[in-house]
Ligand binder design. Structure first.
Ligand code: PLP
Length: 469
């Protein structure tokens, strides 16, 4: 059994904002405990330093003749090489910089041969469920009860229907379970299908080798990989990506244009029309380099242990219901989704934030079919929720609270979370909270906390609207 003392934080990888203090609704301030890495991770210090170093040298890329343009181009292309190396891509795999995983999946969907047949499990994140619908035939397989069941269902499907692409996640963003990607890929290839790996949750937490897993495409987001500067990546086989008209059309993607004819250029520029996000790509490249140098194995091991400790601590609270798709012994990382019996998930998240300085996410985590299944929501309840949402009413829609861990997480954060949840379960809130029916979110009311004084515009419905500090 893990103990807090045996799980030190990964001290030598510093993150920006690790010691930030936030105000508490009950007065005073506390160190912000970020337990929301699965949504977006803070920047690595190396990333922030590289961006600061680049800014005075920054200029237009690719076609600029100036010294700064040439240096910025070298930095942008250097990032491409670093990302290619981090994911251990094949020699001829193309690295396309995009905005995020969602963008990458939409780009791939537009690049597949017309009328492709795609299969995905309904447990996928919406980013890996929805892009396929528009121009292809998609089949959704039910949420599997074990990894073995996933393989069997997939094989059954591919035996009966032609499949061009299998879209699968590496780690579930709801349960933290690690999917058997290499086995799925071997099976898909046996039936002539390609595989796209949604590595949004996998890439920041475990080593990923495109060659080792033999996946055909991989999508990932910089903001989940400690490089929150707006870049993500799609990597993979160049044939489909390099044929036909590109997903985005415009400057940079062409060799020659007349009003009658367009000569599209070669990859990767063909899929990167418009001015690229140089800062974002460089940030992602530096994050990849830093994580690789540190050792993804080390990070994975640490987060596995922390995840087990978190489940142990939360599991010891009688009122907590934790959710998982697969048996307890299945491999999973540092992510726990749960409810506290008797309390709306939104209220629990609001209490954690306002009274304890703990940041989590709540709701359905962009994985509605999976959450409906995990929460065992009846068809009648699904219809009621849908009708209510159609009327713009978000109050008390089913969901859960998710704590997710990353590089800066420590056993102390988990202890703070477990103590806060035990306090909610045993004593309820220590403040009054108001439900906003249009968002479904609870907020403390009144809220006397001061608005921080910052140098960027803020537009938020800070409930208290207190004085600047
Ligand atoms: C498994 C998974 N896939 C895809 C995405 C979408 O990532 P992004 O919002 O960066 O496009 C997420 C985001 O949470 C995710 O967890």
């Amino acid at each position: 059994m893990s103990t807090a003392g045996s799980l030190p934080a990964l001290g030598d990888l510093s993150l920006i904002g690790e010691t930030t203090e936030v105000p508490l609704i009950t007065g005073g301030a506390t160190r912000y405990k970020n337990l929301d890495y699965a949504a977006s991770a803070p920047a690595l210090a190396t990333v922030a330093e590289a961006v600061t170093e680049l800014l005075p040298l920054y200029s237009s890329v690719h076609r600029g003749a100036g010294y700064k343009s040439q240096l910025s181009t070298a930095a942008y292309e250097g990032a491409r090489v670093a990302v290619h190396g981090f994911f251990d891509a094949r020699h001829d795999d193309c690295v396309v910089f995009v905005r995020n995983t969602t963008d990458a999946m939409n780009l791939l969907a537009e690049s597949l041969p017309r009328d492709s047949s795609v299969v995905a499990f309904s447990s996928e994140h919406h980013a890996n469920l929805l892009p396929w619908q528009r121009i292809h035939t998609v089949r959704y397989l039910g949420c599997p009860a074990t990894p073995g069941e996933a393989l069997e269902a997939l094989e059954r499907h591919m035996r009966s229907e032609r499949t061009d692409l299998v879209a699968v996640t590496g780690i579930s963003n709801v349960t933290g379970e690690v999917w058997p990607v290499a086995e799925i890929t071997a099976l898909a290839h046996q039936y002539g299908a390609r595989v796209v790996l949604d590595a949004a949750q996998l890439a920041p937490h475990l080593p990923v080798s495109i060659r080792g897993l033999d996946v055909d495409y991989l999508a990932a987001s910089g903001h989940k990989m400690y490089a929150p500067f707006g870049a993500g990546v799609l990597i993979g086989r160049p044939d489909w990506l390099g044929q036909g008209a590109p997903y985005m059309r415009g400057g940079g993607a062409v060799d020659f244009v007349t009003t009658d004819e367009v000569l599209w250029t070669s990859l990767p520029d063909r899929q990167e029309a418009g001015s690229p996000n140089v800062i974002g790509a460089v940030a992602l490249g530096v994050a990849a380099q830093t994580l690789q140098a540190y050792g993804m194995d080390r990070i994975g091991q640490h987060e596995r242990e922390l995840g087990a400790y978190a489940r142990q601590r939360l599991g010891a609270i009688a009122a907590v219901d934790m959710y998982r798709l697969w048996p307890e012994e299945a491999d999973r990382l540092g992510l726990v989704t749960f409810n506290v019996r008797g309390f709306d998930h939104s209220l629990v998240a609001a209490i954690l934030s306002a009274e304890h300085g703990i940041g989590v996410r709540h709701g359905c985590f962009c994985a509605h079919p999976l959450m409906l299944s995990l929460l065992r929501i009846s068809d009648a309840e699904v219809r009621r929720a849908r009708d209510q949402l159609r009327d713009g009413q978000h109050a008390r829609i089913p969901g859960a609270v998710r704590m997710s861990l990353g590089l800066g997480s420590s056993a102390a954060d988990i202890d703070a979370m477990a103590e806060a949840i035990a306090s909610v379960a045993n004593h309820g809130p220590r403040w009054t909270y108001r439900l906003d029916p249009s968002t479904g979110d609870y907020g403390p009311s009144p809220d006397p906390r001061a608005v921080p004084r910052v140098h960027f515009p803020l537009s938020w419905s800070h409930p208290g609207g207190g004085e600047s500090s």
